[in-house]
Design a binder for this molecule. Structure first.
Ligand SMILES: O=C[C@H](O)[C@H](O)[C@H](O)COP(=O)(O)O
Length: 220
């Protein structure tokens, strides 16, 4: 599939940002899976990884890459992760795979966030992709009502429990013209754990892979 060639090109390009003997921050998703496979080829050069999901942890371990608890790590020079959408300012929507909270935590620790994507992820205005919000289960209806007040149409993601034991509301029909303000407003709602806007701290580098193997590099 040509989209997979594009994802793989971006994932492989991220390898040159990895520092020798470092702990690598690793995100989640189909694009990151290509990155984990590429990382396995240079695993002798790194100390190990911190992972943002059980799924990525399993894949890292299957390649023999040591996975550390975030609390046992002093620094993460580079975090590599995909996105569901990116605007030209490298502000992102993430969480299509429900891993947003741990991803945001690792992003907060990392010195540099390298985002890997195929061209379909790049948009003019965030919000075409429904915005994932991780919510404490008992607050589901309350949070949904508040999200409606912010202009969105929240939909409960049936059958999904996050790695943290919570639920996801996907918010449709939001044209997010002020991502930082929206990220902050949603985080103020009691019962919200995290929302999928990575705007206050977005990516530092965006690698857009193309199906012919070329990679466009955008920086802040
Ligand atoms: O929760 C999942 C993550 O935020 C992913 O990085 C995002 O959904 C992109 O995933 P994919 O590379 O599969 O499109």
């Amino acid at each position: 599939m040509s989209q997979n060639l594009a994802k793989q090109a971006a994932a492989r390009a991220a390898i040159k940002y990895i520092e020798d003997d470092s702990i690598v921050g690793v995100g989640t998703g189909s694009t990151v899976n290509f990155f984990i496979d590429a990382l396995a080829e240079i695993k002798g050069r790194i100390e190990g990884a911190v992972s943002s999901s059980e799924a990525s942890t399993e894949r890292l371990k299957s390649h023999g890459i040591p996975v550390y608890d975030l609390n046992a790590v002093d620094s993460i020079p580079v975090y590599v992760d995909g996105a569901d959408e990116s605007n030209r300012y490298l502000q992102l929507i993430k969480g299509g795979g429900a891993a947003l909270t741990r991803e945001k935590i690792v992003t907060a620790v990392a010195e540099k966030f390298v985002c890997i994507a195929d061209p379909s992820k790049v948009v003019g205005c965030l919000g075409e992709f429904p915005l994932p919000v991780e919510v404490i289960p008992m607050a589901r209806s309350h949070v949904a009502r508040q999200l409606v007040k912010l202009g969105g149409d929240p939909v409960y993601r049936e059958g999904v429990i996050t790695d943290n034991g919570n639920i996801i509301l996907d918010v449709y029909n939001m044209k997010i013209e002020k991502p930082i303000e929206m990220e902050t407003a949603i985080n103020q709602i009691v019962g919200v754990v995290t929302n999928g806007l990575f705007a206050e701290k977005g990516a530092d580098v965006l690698l857009i892979g193309k199906e012919d193997g070329e990679v466009e590099i955008l920086t802040k």
